[in-house]
Design a protein around this ligand. Structure first.
Ligand code: ZN
Length: 277
């Protein structure tokens, strides 16, 4: 490289101000590496260097904010809550992807299977309410959350956080199952028929979690629901949908969910979080 050419003062000024385009910054810096005269033109005072370093540091260490987090912030959720919510194990991409895959398969099977599409629609109705329960079981606590040792020591840990996380995972699960339900062939009301059972099972799991750990509560209620559904399917074959998802049943689910919600509210301080106390 020839040393006859040097960076002109205008360029140096832009470089100092940080207004130079990246490609020219690279050219300027490449020249400076081999030219002490041009290097000397830059005021390498401590303050200037410190500023530059802290700008680089901030850029590298700034937490990445995803679209969902940005939306929640705009909706008024405080930052510290957001951090604890987005660390919810059940909201990891792996969980969301696995659930989407299962739902997509169910919808595809119902559309392309034809013959069995009615059976698939009914199976979907029976299984969709369990989705939020599975999500809740992984929302908090040692077995599901490898970060729990750290989360558990934060001042925000405990019943409040369990509820926040439960509501967020139930919300995500319900939206995902809802999209699948709308895409399924079959009577239009199928798309909403599983919502009250889902509400019942979710509040039930949380109410039960005031005596049992979350995963155990989820397994107990999930198993009870499945057993009930299977028994009805066996005994009342043709009337399966109307007896499990008909108006009377829906009203019963709503009432039971209200009872569970009342239990949950009165006992919320007693969440068994599986911690040694
Ligand atoms: Zn030079």
């Amino acid at each position: 490289m020839t040393t006859d050419w040097h960076i002109d003062p205008g360029l140096i000024e832009q470089y100092e101000n940080g207004t130079l385009v990246p490609s020219r910054v690279m050219a300027v810096e490449a020249h400076m590496l081999s030219c002490a005269a041009c290097r000397a033109l830059i005021p390498a005072e401590d303050a200037w260097l410190d500023d530059s370093w802290s700008a680089v540091y901030d850029e590298l260490h700034a937490p990445r904010v995803g679209p969902v987090a940005r939306l929640l912030t705009r909706a008024g959720l405080p930052g510290h809550r957001l951090r604890l919510l987005t660390a919810t194990p059940a909201l990891r991409w792996s969980w969301v992807l696995a659930t989407s895959a299962v739902l997509t398969l169910a919808v595809a099977a119902a559309w392309f299977g034809r013959e069995g599409s009615q059976a698939i629609g009914q199976a979907f109705l029976a299984l969709a309410p369990i989705l939020p329960v599975i999500a809740v079981s992984g929302a908090y606590g040692p077995p599901a959350d490898p970060m729990h040792e750290i989360t558990g020591t934060t001042p925000a840990a405990g019943p409040g956080l369990v509820l926040w996380r439960a509501v967020s995972v139930i919300g995500v699960a319900v939206v995902m199952a809802g999209v699948a339900a709308v895409l399924l062939p079959g009577p239009g009301w199928y798309a909403a028929a599983w919502l009250l059972p889902a509400l019942l099972l979710s509040t039930g799991t949380l109410a039960l979690a005031t005596s049992l750990t979350l995963p155990v509560a989820a397994v107990v209620l999930g198993a009870l629901w499945l057993t009930g559904v299977l028994v009805v399917a066996r005994t009342a074959e043709g009337l399966f949908v109307s007896s499990v998802f008909g108006p009377t049943a829906q009203l019963a689910y709503l009432l039971a969910a209200a009872v569970f919600a009342a239990v949950l509210i009165t006992r919320r301080r007693r969440f068994d979080l599986g911690e040694s106390r």
